[in-house]
Write a protein that binds this ligand. Structure first.
Ligand SMILES: Nc1nc2c(ncn2[C@@H]2O[C@H](COP(=O)(O)OP(=O)(O)OP(=O)(O)O)[C@@H](O)[C@H]2O)c(=O)[nH]1
Length: 512
């Protein structure tokens, strides 16, 4: 019973440990799954943005290259043929033809050394202005070997539209400044094109000069045109660390929105394109999935812990019932014992119990003493009974005790004879009026009958169930003063029988 209780406690502990371990595993696996999913989603978005930025960089390069090629042709023609009206007209015709094909270019213009437009393909131009103060003009005028210069976005004085200027210097044979050939690209043209690409409401594409000047931003036409972005992490990575293509997750300088950026720089021109998606929008699908996963995990945990709690409670209840049963069992045993004592009978064997034996022996002793008659006491003990119990079980042992008791009863022939259970596996026989010879004979018959039962006891060297018997006889009062002396003499004889090899009857010595 006790071990049953500790088994239940052990089981409850096991259930608690298992529940915790499985719960932890669920949390860990969910975390790993969600984290893996996050990285995979981010990797995918990053790759998309990098690829897009590369494609858009090539597109911007191609637009600039086309205009650059035309500008080079115009520059060459003017420098060779001069600036006479015929030459300018020829250049204008070629530029018109090119302009009609290059739809990304707003127009081609030739400016004089004073910044006045000489010819232009820009439709409906205002030609009464001077570009002398424009950045591109100053750079080309002051720098003989400037090459193609990409200007910041400006509002054109010729058309009123926002444009990006591409300029080449015109020099005479002595290298003296003769003016500028210019192609203008419409900012709105880029914005319109970038807006055809779906990057969600927070996505943005930026075309930027490597010095940090913002040329085009897809979210608005011109509000931020020309903004200096040289301090942005992307520009710093490009200019300070020499990174040419890459990605970043960062919060934008302009609007404070967190975005996933991909960027790529041009090898030909000092420009780069950064394409981005809003992090919140891009990762929304992942957030939904992770919420689902965590909800599922929470559901599993609730079920798991509920089951663990229910099992624990059931085990606890079983444990309490076992304990109650145990105490009822004890009460019952005590009650049985009390009943047995009151009845004077041993419940298992039906023989007289120890209490009645003592009483019977006392009366028989007194009566024999009064009459000067002999009184014999026989003490019988089952041999190797512990081994029998161990091998065949306690209930089988009980059965054997009953059988031995039955044999004993059969040999208690006279009415005054008393058979009793002395204790445990020890039985006793009180034979009033019996001399030692007849007591020995009765004892021997009992021993032989038990042996003849041929109850297998493999733990015994006799391989069967046997008895050792001690017999004591006296004339009470004359030979011995107390009944206890008679019992002690039989006990000593029994001890001798055990010592001499068991399965035998020994007569105790009479002290008198
Ligand atoms: N089945 C059963 N066994 C009992 C009962 N009363 C006592 N026993 C057992 O009897 C055995 C007595 O063991 P021991 O005193 O070592 O004696 P033994 O094994 O018979 O060995 P020897 O007497 O030396 O031959 C113990 O295992 C007790 O548990 C009972 O009412 N029923």
């Amino acid at each position: 019973m006790k071990s049953q209780n500790s088994k239940i406690t052990h089981l409850r502990r096991l259930v608690a440990i298992m529940t915790s371990v499985v719960g932890l595993a669920v949390v860990l696996l969910t975390y790993l799954q969600v984290e893996w999913d996050r990285r995979e989603s981010l990797r995918q978005h990053v790759a998309d943005m990098e690829n897009l930025s590369t494609a858009l960089t090539r597109q911007a390069e191609s637009t600039i290259r086309d205009a650059h090629a035309v500008l080079l042709g115009m520059q060459r023609k003017l420098q060779v043929s001069g600036y006479a009206p015929e030459s300018l007209n020829e250049v204008l015709e070629v530029a018109r033809a090119q302009s009609s094909v290059l739809t990304d270019v707003q127009g081609f213009t030739v400016l004089s050394a004073e910044g006045r437009p000489l010819i232009t393909t820009v439709p409906n131009p205002i030609t009464t202005y001077s570009a002398q103060d424009r950045e591109y003009f100053l750079i080309q005028r002051n720098n003989q070997a400037s090459g193609l210069y990409i200007g910041p976005p400006v509002q054109s004085r010729m058309s009123g539209e926002w444009v990006i200027s591409l300029t080449l210097r015109l020099s005479d044979a002595n290298g003296e400044f003769r003016g500028v050939v210019m192609a203008t690209l419409l900012v709105q043209h880029f914005v319109d094109f970038y807006q055809t690409i779906d990057l969600g409401s927070q996505g943005v594409i930026g075309l930027v000069k490597r010095d940090g000047t913002l040329l085009v931003r897809s979210l608005e036409s011109v509000q931020n045109a020309g903004l200096n972005m040289s301090k942005s992490p992307v520009l710093r990575a490009v200019n300070e660390q020499g990174v040419t293509r890459g990605n970043m997750v960062l919060t934008a300088m302009i609007d404070g929105v967190k975005r996933i950026y991909g960027f790529d720089t041009s090898d030909e021109y000092p420009i780069l394109v950064a394409a981005s998606r809003g992090e919140e929008e891009a990762m929304a699908a992942w957030r939904d999935r992770s919420l689902q996963n965590w909800s599922l995990a929470a559901g599993v945990l609730v079920i798991l812990f509920s089951m663990g709690w229910l099992i624990g409670r059931a085990l606890g209840r079983q444990g309490r019932m076992e304990a109650r049963l145990q105490s009822m069992h004890r009460d019952l045993a005590l009650a049985n014992h009390a009943l047995e004592i009151m009845a004077g009978e041993d419940a298992l064997t039906g023989l007289a119990n120890r209490r009645r034996l003592d009483e019977t022996l006392r009366v028989a002793f007194q009566s024999a003493a009064a009459q000067g008659q002999p009184l014999s006491f026989v003490l019988l003990d089952v041999d190797y009974f512990k081994r029998f119990n161990d091998q065949y079980g306690h209930p089988a042992g009980d059965e054997v005790l009953k059988e031995v008791a039955a044999v004993l009863k059969r040999h208690a022939k006279r009415s005054a004879d008393t058979t009793a259970r002395y204790g445990g596996e020890e039985l006793a026989l009180v034979l009033p009026g019996a001399e030692s010879t007849s007591a020995m004979a009765v004892a021997e018959r009992i021993r032989a009958d038990v042996e003849a039962l041929a109850i297998v006891n493999e733990g015994s060297p006799y391989a069967r169930l046997t008895l050792s018997v001690g017999v004591a006889t006296c004339v009470p009062g004359r030979d011995m003063p107390e009944p206890a002396d008679l019992v002690a003499a039989a006990d000593v004889a029994l001890y001798v029988a055990k010592g001499e090899g068991r399965n035998r009857v020994i007569l105790g010595k009479n002290p008198a």
